[in-house]
Design a protein. Sequence first.
Length: 704
Amino acid sequence: MKKITNITINIVFFLHVVLAFLLLFEGYVEVPFWLQPLGRMHPLVLHFPVAFIALLVLMQLFKKAIDGTSFNTINWFVLLLTSFTTVIATIMGLVLSLEGYESELMTWHKWMGVAISFVVFTLILIYKYQKVYKVLLFACLIGVTFAGHYGAGLTHGTHFITEPLVAMNKPKVSENTPIYTGFVQPILDAKCVSCHNPQKKKGELDLSTLAGVKKGGENGSVWLAHQPDESLFLKRVFLPIEDKEHMPPEGKPQLTDSEIKLIQTWIKHGINDTVSLVGLQKTDTLHQIVNNKWLKEVGDKIVQYDFDYADTDVVEALNNPYTTVIQKSHKSPAIDVAIFGKKSFKPEYISDLSKIKEQLVSLNLSNLPVQDSHLNNLSSFENLEVLILNSTQITNDVVKQLLSCKKLKSLSLSDTKVDVKISDDLKKLESLEELYLWNTNMTEEDISSLRAALNDVNIVEGYINDTKEETILAPPVLVDDKNIINSVEKITLKHKMAGVEMYYTLDGSKPDKNSLLYKAPFELNLNGKKSKTIKAKAFKSGWEQSKEAKFVFYDKGLKPVAFEVEYPNIHADYIAHANQILVDEVKPENKVKYSKFWAVFKDKPLIAIADFGNNNVVLSEINLNISVRGKKIKKSPIQFIEVLGSDNKTDWTSLEKKIFLRLNKEKLKSLELAIPKSKSYRYYKVFVKHNPKIELFVGQILFY
């Protein structure tokens, strides 16, 4: 027994030497992939020393109940086992931390764990001195409690224990709650924040707040406003689950299809953290997704309807550019309808809804020239729950037509001619829960008396008419993103709505109905210029004309047969490789952001080599589409641009070099470098050295 004890003590001593070595050279140690599984077993093993330390304390408390010889034998054995498992768990934890877990919480957890391991080993050495032994043992119990608390904070978040209590006091999610706060952040909290929080910033990324999300991590921004497909967050989510870059990692709770759809649509909306359900049009995709999610997951039960589904052909026929007829979900036969287009309104749009009178539960007629006579069929909509008549021409009589709508819950009459005389009829709407009455013929006294009469109805006086933009056409767009063309090339415009006329100009003037009418793809001749601008607008009867669309096209110049970049785009794995971006014939006009149109260089310069094949060329100019992002710096963000020529890619001749002592980054959109006349070369190297404190964005390199 003594021999086994000595061997165990020597092993534990050796393990503590290993632990001390790892701590001393922590900054120089890189954990090989084959050793990482050992570190990841830390959460499994750590429970043993915790239990053994608690057992040692209990044995001290009940020492008198056990005879002395048995107590010493058992206590000594448990102590050796405790020291062995403690140092093993500590080494595993240290190996796990070397994978990149750095935070204040991690620091506390690590050093408390190390301290406990050495103190437990000290208990072996001072076992004979029972008074000191007991003090250190109870100190270990207190220490392991705090270390465990910090460890739980790393794994589950610092508020994991108190989260149920906090949740009780959280404000109830409603239609006025920002969509980010009510729906998006809870998804991140459940699926992402355990690894990406202020205490455990894996990849330097904190997803616990919107500020942290916008700041991004070591790979840059995770969300790109209006560009869900280009957002790194979703790129990681859509990777195969076995891919090491897939998020959340395999074995962790994954995002559901509905959660992904919600985040996709919210990003497309512009990652707005203030927009709420009530601030969206009911026809908005984000409104529909959140409304369904709200009903399903925030507490309200999905309403079960006992009527049949409408005929799909009928629903399809009712949909037109001015009417949207949408089924609430594939599991519900209920239908929402919105009619818009003030100048194009026809009474038939309402009368035709009799074909779905049984399924119609929500009707939005706001900002239309609707009169009482147009609503004669309202009484047939027996299942109508929501009716919005804001900014219409209706009067008190319309409420009489609603008396057959026994299920009406929400009625909006803001900005209409109704007055307090509707009170008696409103009392008969037994299911009414909310009433909107901003800007009507009612005084404050009238509203007060109405509130007294309709005690159970929530009367809302605030209303903002934001439906006018519904009649504004979207501007024309290009069929192809490419805006770098040959000297003569066909241009194709399109519009998402049928029946739209598009007018355009080629001379820089503003387009109107006297301009060129777009009928088919047309040839654009640059006439020897480096660029030319097309301006276009969309027009349609009953709609406001679109805003002006502006498309600038650039001369393609000389196209290399091969193109390579020495240092890759820092986001090459998720967006595109620089050797593709810089010659993809798309010159981005938008603000710099991580996307498929910009190659980004940070610590390394841009060094690109263009190969023009067997036909050597003489260059006269190089044009770079670049911009920068980062801290303000006193000196120029670009240090120099140099062009070199070669016939063999080995011996290079400097053709021109431009050094920038001062350069306003606002003027970086297009930099031209003229090359003095020289002999022809097959290879041309472009060298752009930038200040390492900023990120260099390059959209295109053109050769002339």
